[in-house]
Design a protein around this ligand. Structure first.
Ligand code: PAF
Length: 285
């Protein structure tokens, strides 16, 4: 069946209600300019639910004043093809932001301490915008399950918490990071990288590998492990935003690194801000 483009909130709500009568609805919220990572979310959703709805909305409330809202890459016709290929039934791409934020809109979802460190500290207001739009998409779709990538690990944790705290019936499902063959985590923002910058972007996955090697060889000090990550980023001349070891569950700073810890990274390569994260213990291959 081919994918159907929906441009209004009214139609999105009606079609989701109709789809839910046939079985569980899966929601894949995105900001578009889709890549193989998004397609893996759609495929995940298609395996677990009977209808998949993808949303494409470059959400203005999650961008800071000096961020890339205006230049965020867009390609609706390419996105529709990728959604169809991966098994989506509906694509909700609001024809204008008022479909999500109608005139007079004034109510926001304010996340708690999980949203404070890492990207929350470096992008004030970001997770408030994310939670607000995701809450709206959950309420509009009333999907049984919603799928988010672990590349945005903190976002996943914040949304999961929001779902519990606000009693959304939508189950939040996390999906593994999809990487390019050289290790770079897939991201729409990778499109900003110049040919000269692109090879240097592997510094993030190399930094994760360096931390994992350090942990495997017995290093447990949080500062020492973070220094291993920073060294990789500096070697490739990325500008560090943060390199922090945190617990996977609640993103707290552990006294000492352990199996439940993760390394979280954000760095600028030219004007492009890249993020990545990984466990301290490599997954068995
Ligand atoms: O991860 C994203 O692309 C966005 O933050 C999301 C979840 C679609 C909300 O705008």
């Amino acid at each position: 069946m081919s994918v159907a483009l929906i441009e209004t909130a009214r139609e999105f709500k009606d079609l989701c209600a109709e789809a839910r009568r046939d079985g569980p609805l899966g929601l894949v919220p995105t900001m578009g300019f889709l890549h193989v990572g998004h397609q893996s979310l759609i495929r995940f959703a298609a395996q677990r639910t009977s209808t998949v709805a993808v949303t494409i909305f470059v959400n203005p409330t999650q961008f800071g004043p000096n961020e890339d809202l205006a230049r965020y890459p867009r390609d609706l016709s390419g996105d529709l093809k990728k959604c169809e290929e991966a098994g989506a039934r509906y694509v909700f791409a609001p024809r204008n932001p008022e479909e999500i934020y109608p005139p007079g809109f004034q109510t926001y979802v304010d996340p708690g301490p999980l949203a404070a460190p890492l990207c929350g500290a470096h992008r004030p207001g970001h997770f408030r915008g994310v939670c607000t739009v995701v809450a709206k998409l959950f309420a509009m779709s009333r999907a049984e399950q919603a799928f988010f990538g672990e590349k945005d690990y903190q976002q996943l944790a914040v949304i999961r918490r929001m779902g519990r705290d606000l009693d959304f019936s939508t189950e939040v499902v996390g999906c593994p990071i999809v990487r390019e063959t050289d290790g770079l985590a897939m991201s729409s923002r990778n499109a900003y990288l110049t040919p000269d910058e692109r090879p240097r972007a592997t510094a993030l996955s190399l930094a994760i590998a360096a931390v994992q090697d350090g942990y495997a060889s017995g290093v447990r000090g949080v500062a020492s492990l973070e220094a291993l990550a920073r060294a990789q980023l500096e070697r490739a001349q990325l500008r560090l935003d943060y390199a922090e070891i945190r617990t996977a569950q609640d993103l707290a700073v552990p006294g000492e690194a352990n199996r439940e810890s993760r390394i979280f990274l954000a760095a600028f390569l030219g004007k492009t801000r890249l993020i990545d994260n990984g466990p301290l213990v490599r997954a068995e291959s």
